[in-house]
Design a protein around this ligand. Structure first.
Ligand code: TXA
Ligand code: MG
Length: 320
């Protein structure tokens, strides 16, 4: 496995070629880093599952370079799904659509739907466009972490998580720190109105406005499998709890307005929800690097990105 620190057009083209050759390429997106493989290559997809140690029935998101590729992967795309694609792609939203024949069971988890996303990170977009120029249709990519752990928001974090399990010819494209820092909003577009399955930077308010429909926020009873909805997701090795640290030596993550209790280790002090999202996973990872047993967190209040942060924190807290 090789880390590409300077993602020139040349290097991106090599990475696209590696995907065509069935290799794995971890790449940056505006949300988190993904572990990519040719979505039509059964054995490359199988390697994603083994490198991540991910149970095989969990579907993967297919990444494409533009809305024009969507019809390869999906059928019966509704008007409101097109509205969402036109409004938010390239960007941090994944649309769950009725699958086409191209989507492998290994990608869809055997369901009759497929998740599609056009990321906005330029390295990702160029990689996808180059891959498509070489005849590729889409890149399946889950977050580039071991199953159940925290998504990586830097190439270093990808290397630390997966480097050991990757092989010769596999690549990690380094484009620094992810802009948003938490995973895309996932919207089920197979029903009469959109249903948010995982909150993210595209908020329910933005979805309502773009579609003119009132979407349902469905976090309690998943009707479709979304691995991020499992309780034990997004958790570091440390035990994560809500509240103020009770003893010295514990980690603490909260908005900057909260003072650091004496003797505790401040892992992040973001000034806004945007900054909170951006530093959260990095802070949890740092807690693990420091070998902390407990990390205390205080949730941000309000709407917008704060909803998604509270969702991930709740999962990190119930993870252990
Ligand atoms: O921001 C993101 O979405 C990142 C970047 C790399 O694009 N990817 C990501 O992938 O978070 P992953 O696999 O860690 O989470 C994707 C979630 C999974 O929980 C999966 O179950 C769900 O999307 N998913 C994918 N296809 C689906 C489908 N057809 N129906 C329901 N859920 C689906
Ligand atoms: Mg994930």
């Amino acid at each position: 496995m090789q880390v590409i620190e300077n993602c020139t057009p040349d290097e991106i083209q090599k990475a696209a070629k590696a995907l065509v050759d069935g290799k794995l390429v971890a790449f940056p997106t505006e949300t988190v880093y993904g572990l990519g493989a040719d979505a039509t290559n059964q054995s490359a997809i199988a390697r994603i599952y083994s490198v991540k140690a991910r149970p095989v029935n969990h579907p993967l998101i297919v990444h494409i370079s533009s809305i024009n590729q969507a019809e390869k992967w999906a059928t019966d795309i509704s008007e409101y799904a097109l509205d969402l694609a036109r409004h938010f792609w390239p960007g941090p939203i994944t649309l769950i659509l009725k699958r086409s024949g191209l989507a492998l069971d290994a990608v869809t988890g055997g369901q009759d739907s497929v998740g599609l996303r056009v990321p906005s990170n330029p390295v990702a977009l160029n990689l996808l466009a180059e891959f498509e120029k070489l005849g590729g249709s889409g890149v399946a990519a889950p977050s580039a972490n071991r199953f159940g752990s925290v998504s990586p928001t830097s190439a270093k974090a990808v290397e630390a998580e997966l480097g050991f399990f990757m092989e010769e010819g596999d690549l990690i494209l380094d484009d620094g720190q992810c802009l948003i820092g938490i995973e895309s909003t996932i919207v089920d577009c197979t029903q009469a109105a959109p249903i948010v399955l995982r909150p993210g930077a595209v908020t329910t308010e933005m979805i309502d406005k773009a579609t003119g429909l009132r979407n349902t926020f469905n976090l309690d009873g998943p009707r479709v499998r979304v691995s991020g909805q499992m309780a034990s997701h997004y958790s570091p090795k440390a035990v994560v709890e809500f509240g103020i640290p009770t003893e010295r030596g514990h980690g603490f993550i909260a908005l900057a307005g909260f003072a650091t209790p004496f003797g505790t280790i401040r892992l992040a002090a973001p000034k806004s929800s945007e900054e909170y999202a951006k530093v959260l996973y990095q802070a949890l990872r740092r807690g693990d690097e420091l070998g902390l047993e407990r990390i205390f967190v205080i949730e941000p209040q309000g709407n917008g990105l704060a909803v998604a942060i509270r969702d991930r924190l709740k999962k990190a807290v119930s993870g252990k």
